[in-house]
Every structure is written in C-alpha cells, then in structure tokens.
Design a protein around this ligand. Sequence first.
Ligand SMILES: C[S@@+](CC[C@H](N)C(=O)[O-])C[C@H]1O[C@@H](n2cnc3c(N)ncnc32)[C@H](O)[C@@H]1O
Length: 175
Amino acid sequence: MCARTANASGAGKAGVDGDSFAMRSIGVVHSPYVETAQVPKGSGARHDAVGVLEVFPPFEPGLTDIEGFSHLYVLWVFHRATGFELVGTPPTDTRPHGVFATRSPRRPNPIGLTVVQLLRRDGARLMVRGVDMLDGTPILDIKPYLTSIPAEDLRRGWLGEAERDRAAPPGAGPP
Ligand SMILES: C[S@@+](CC[C@H](N)C(=O)[O-])C[C@H]1O[C@@H](n2cnc3c(N)ncnc32)[C@H](O)[C@@H]1O
C-alpha cells in the first residue's frame, strides 16, 4: 500500500494501490467507554453519552465554520475489532444477516459511522453527544449531517421486523 502523499500546503492525495487506499487518522475520540461491554447495545439503546472529538493540529483549519451545524457524521476505525464475518447474527435479532445489512464492527473494512450532536467547539476539540465509540478510537473524517430524505421514505429492513417482533412476540395476542 502506498503512503499518503502530502504537499507543502498540507493538501494531500490519498495513496491508491490497486484496491487499497492508504488513510491516516485526523483525530481521536475521547469517550467515557473503555470496554465494548460498556456501550449501550440493541434496539432502543440510547446513545446520549458525551465525548470529545480531538482533531490533530495540522487538520484544525478544516474545522472552520463547523459551529453552524447541529449534527455531524463521524467516520472512524473499529481499531479494536479483529477479522470480519460476512454473515452473522447481531444482538438485535435471532436471525443471521449480511454484514452490509448490519452495523457490526467485524467488517472487511472496519469503518464506523456515527451521527453526533455538536454541543460546543473549543479550538480543535469538539464536544459532542451521542458517542458509541471506545476511548482512543481513531477518526478518519468528520462531515456535516444533512439529509433530505423524508422520514416516511425510510425503511428499516430486518431491524424494523425485529423491533416489531420484540414489541409483540409470537403468540402474544391483543391485550
Ligand atoms: C454496533 S457498532 C455501531 C458503530 C457505529 N455507530 C456504526 O454504525 O458504524 C457499535 C459497537 O462498536 C464497538 N466499538 C466501538 N468503538 C470500537 C472500536 N474502536 N473498536 C472496536 N469496536 C468498537 C462497541 O462495542 C459498540 O457497541
């Protein structure tokens, strides 16, 4: 894999070598979670933990004007995951599903995606609500959260079915 190349202005071009793409972390997550077991899991789990996204000094100019956005996408690395499983049973269901139909940490490219609420910016530190990453997680990228898809057009696939089954388990009749 090629190393990332950067010019004197700091602008860079991700190294590309066939099917491989070299990336580097632009920052690190400070999270209250140090072990995976501490992160709320499953359907209905609330993610309201507050954490800090610390952006490394060379990348701080990239935060210019971020304060105006209420929510952000954070792309990060499941750096403590090992290997991957193409089909597996997630904690939210009893049936197996393909990895690309789940949010499993054990994926071919161990990239995580979390939407957080931006509470405050303090220089290169963004205080955010909604972290589900472990402390020390490397950050690949941050982008403003924008969506134009109306809620009524969204489908939740197998997860919606699992949530409905959980609300009304088989055999449960009307009250
Ligand atoms: C189900 S994944 C979803 C993560 C993200 N919201 C996504 O959709 O990509 C969340 C789980 O990843 C695990 N996790 C968080 N940070 C991690 C890291 N740096 N390395 C490995 N596993 C991590 C925790 O166990 C957490 O419960």
